[in-house]
Design a protein around this ligand. Structure first.
Ligand code: CO
Length: 411
């Protein structure tokens, strides 16, 4: 397996939640010389300065300031999301039933529920104490499980599995005598918490140099973008990476792509580099480009008819440019050409995706961000199978291809 593929597996394993993913990305950025800025501080930025900003733990913006003013050179931006479909632990989650201790959870995002059955699960996230401080937590081992019902007790399952999330998808913590979840997490002092279920099986190498792992959508893109920003050549323009939380639930939050995080940081970048011209911000946006990166659908051998026959991306074939006539993706002629030309310079092959005319299309942070900020945007992603499964499948060969394409776009 390529070393970047190994590194993606390691990245996924230490990132069970958006909070852990942001902690790992900031650790890598800090190692590469990026320093943290706080939104509460006054910023004064210099050309060449490399910094990152975190909002509410689960969203990150990192950038290297260009040698020219933002109004004169604009920005090259890569955008991703940090969250994945999962189950979120309820505030009052302690359930005792039939001699067992269970944990009350609520589905988060468009998950494929059956893929969470009979897997070794843990709980991870962040807890906040009464003094307002937060810390990351992760339950050691594989403590939770959502067992299937034996076929002998429901033969109708042969006609299709029906799972009611309220009744059938409640994870079992153990027998009733087991300690309560927060106690097991070493966080009986938690006053607030954002905790989710996570698969504990380490990301695996399978098949033709493939990666079987949880949360590849969209930690795969977060991982590539972190590498690309660190590797990008210093330039006249400013290179920036934004990773938003809450994409899987519609992006509507202070730190989501519908929120103000990116717009706030862009406005402060213009002001903090000393440009006081009231037109500077708008000139900077008009000169900027955004590469919105979210995993793409590779053609599935057992469901090939679900793909548009002329557009069948394959694993290992390189980044997929996503197109949609109805703007579910922001790609247009100029932004597609920009990405394809940069990829070509980097020796990276490109594939194209459109959905069938008779099937609805997914979407990404691309159109949302383009709509909010008016930045020319292209939607791309690495090919994936089983998107939104508890275990997704991608190719290790696509990891260096995406990193090289992103690096060319940011350089
Ligand atoms: Co996604």
């Amino acid at each position: 397996m390529s070393s970047l593929g190994d590194d993606l597996r390691a990245f996924v394993d230490v990132s069970p939640t958006p909070f852990h993913a942001v902690a790992e990305m900031t650790r890598r950025l800090a190692e590469a010389g990026f320093t943290e800025l706080l939104e509460t501080d006054r910023w004064a930025l210099r050309p060449g300065g490399a910094h990152f900003v975190v909002r509410d733990g689960g969203s990150l913006i990192a950038f290297r300031v260009g040698s020219a003013s933002l109004a004169d050179a604009g920005l090259r931006i890569v955008g991703t999301h940090t969250d994945s479909p999962t189950f979120k632990v309820r505030p009052l989650h302690d359930i005792r039933r039939a001699g067992y201790r269970l944990v009350g959870v609520e589905p988060y995002g468009g998950l494929l529920a059956h893929t969470w059955l009979d897997r070794e699960l843990t709980v991870a996230g962040r807890v906040t104490t009464a003094d307002g401080t937060s810390r990351l937590v992760r339950l050691a081992g594989a403590t939770l499980r959502i067992p299937s019902l034996a076929i002998h007790l429901d033969r109708s399952v042969r006609d299709g599995l029906v799972l009611d999330p309220q009744r059938h998808l409640v994870p079992v913590l153990g027998l009733e005598s087991e300690p309560e979840l927060l106690e097991q997490l070493g966080a009986p002092d938690a006053v607030g918490f954002d905790l989710v279920l996570a698969d504990t099986q380490p990301a695996a190498s399978t098949g033709s140099d493939w990666i079987a792992a949880p949360r590849l959508d969209n930690l795969g893109s977060c991982h590539s973008a972190t590498h690309a920003l660190i590797a990008a050549e210093p330039a006249a323009h400013t290179a920036l990476f934004v990773a938003n939380d809450h994409e899987e639930v519609g992006s509507g939050s202070a730190e989501g792509a519908r929120g103000s995080f990116l717009a706030d940081v862009l406005a402060r970048l213009v002001a903090a580099t000393g440009d006081t011209d009231p037109q500077a911000y708008h000139r900077a946006m008009a000169r900027s480009r955004l590469l919105s990166a979210d995993m793409a659908h590779a053609v599935h051998p057992n469901f090939a008819d679900r793909h548009e026959p002329n557009h069948t991306p394959r694993l290992g074939g390189g980044p997929v440019v996503k197109h949609n006539a109805n703007q579910a993706y922001a790609t247009d002629a100029t932004t597609a050409a920009w990405f394809v030309a940069r990829a070509s310079e980097a020796g990276v092959p490109v594939q194209h995706f459109v959905t069938r005319a008779d099937l609805p299309c997914g979407s990404t942070i691309g159109p949302l961000t383009a709509t909010r900020l008016g930045i020319a945007t292209v939607d791309v992603g690495s090919p994936t199978l089983a998107m939104h499964s508890c275990r997704e499948l991608a190719s290790a060969e696509d990891v260096p291809l995406m990193v090289r394409a992103m690096t060319a776009c940011l350089s």
